[in-house]
Design a protein around this ligand. Structure first.
Ligand code: GDP
Ligand code: MG
Length: 163
């Protein structure tokens, strides 16, 4: 059985773009169970020869529901169950937002090793946002560009020891 790696973060940081880059055309199944697992996609991922099952989540999405935080956590918690590692993605161009901080705090309470990903860092962009990532206390942020395929080797180096 391949190790399982869950991609987590607030909306629009590039989780699905990263998932698509890691999984490419090998998307195995679209998990369309109703309820908590809605929008969860799984696929066999390859990263410089490192193979794992990647899970894309949308757990912090629906912003118009008042009872949202609990439900979002529940949804993401389902995805985290049995996961070997999490990729916590934020947007280095936007910098950290209160929702990023909230997710980070929640994630620190979970028993899963986390790689912090500073996405949208192509062309050395998002420098100050990358530095902000250190304040989360989740290790060094790994600058990547999911869209342009940059930072792959650093992501490999960070993930490899965890899975
Ligand atoms: P998700 O909501 O976290 O799944 O985010 P998406 O993968 O849907 O991406 C949200 C937006 O960010 C889209 O417009 C993407 O094209 C854009 N995006 C994703 N990755 C990058 C990146 O590495 N650089 C830039 N500049 N934009 C990106
Ligand atoms: Mg998405």
């Amino acid at each position: 059985k391949l190790p399982e790696v869950v991609i987590i973060g607030r909306p629009n940081v590039g989780k699905s773009t990263l998932f698509n880059r890691l999984v490419g055309k090998r998307l195995a199944l679209v998990d369309d169970q109703p309820g908590v697992t809605r929008d969860r996609r799984k696929g066999e991922a390859g990263l410089l020869g490192l193979e794992f099952e990647a899970v894309d989540t949308a757990g912090w999405e629906d912003e118009d529901d008042a009872s949202l935080p609990g439900r979002m956590r529940a949804q993401t918690q389902v995805s985290l169950k049995g996961a070997d590692a999490a990729l916590f993605v934020y947007d280095s161009r936007a910098g950290l937002t209160p929702l990023d901080e909230e997710i980070a705090q929640w994630l620190r309470e979970q028993e899963v090793p986390v790689v912090l990903i500073a996405n949208k860092a192509e062309g050395n962009g998002g420098e100050s946002g990358i530095l902000e990532g250190y304040s989360l206390g989740m290790g060094d942020p790994i600058p990547v560009s999911a869209e342009h395929g940059e930072g792959v080797a650093d992501l490999y180096s960070a993930l490899f020891p965890l899975i």
